[in-house]
Design a protein around this ligand. Structure first.
Ligand code: ZN
Length: 169
């Protein structure tokens, strides 16, 4: 099969450029030429509503995808904030908006949370993903598609653009 006929399907590593907007047109996220999105198809690396729309696309294909909140990061719960002292974090840690942290629940499961405010010695954490509650509107283009290595399939994520990026786990 010729290179340009490779399509997006399971076990492919895909590179995307996109701009993500809310229904109001606010830009929520945007890739740059130096920082495009790399993901392993079929491994739930990206929101399911986007992943399913990309199946069968080729390099150079453009896409416009509307994903309702429930198919993206879910609805926003309103009592999911937690405030803790800044001093509970290491002093040299950059505690900034959007930073993701993990807490452990009673059963030892890791629960993700995000920093929404760091002010006056208090840090506010939100158990909602920052994009929870938003319908997502992706406009983008498929930049590259390649076969995933066995190791990448096993890890359920890509290892860099060429598949050889070192990392420790
Ligand atoms: Zn890995």
């Amino acid at each position: 099969m010729a290179e340009n006929e490779t399509i997006i399907e399971d076990k492919k590593v895909v590179t995307l450029a996109y701009i993500l907007k809310s229904d109001d047109g606010e830009i929520l996220d945007e890739t740059t030429p130096d920082d495009s999105l790399l993901y392993l198809h079929g491994a739930e690396n990206i929101v399911p509503g986007l992943e399913s729309e990309l199946v069968g696309k080729k390099v150079g294909d453009k896409f416009t995808v509307h994903v309702v909140a429930t198919e993206a990061y879910g609805e926003r719960g309103d009592s999911d904030l937690m405030v803790i002292e800044r001093s509970e974090f290491p002093e040299d840690m950059d505690v900034e908006f959007g930073m993701q942290l993990f807490d452990e629940d009673d059963k030892g499961n890791l629960v993700p949370m995000w920093v929404v405010e760091n002010e006056g010695g208090k840090v506010t954490l939100d158990f909602n993903h920052p994009l929870a509650g938003f319908n997502l509107n992706f406009e983008g283009e498929v930049l590259a598609i390649r076969d995933a290595s066995e190791e990448e399939v096993e890890h359920a994520h890509p290892h860099g653009a060429d598949g050889h990026e070192g990392h420790d786990h």
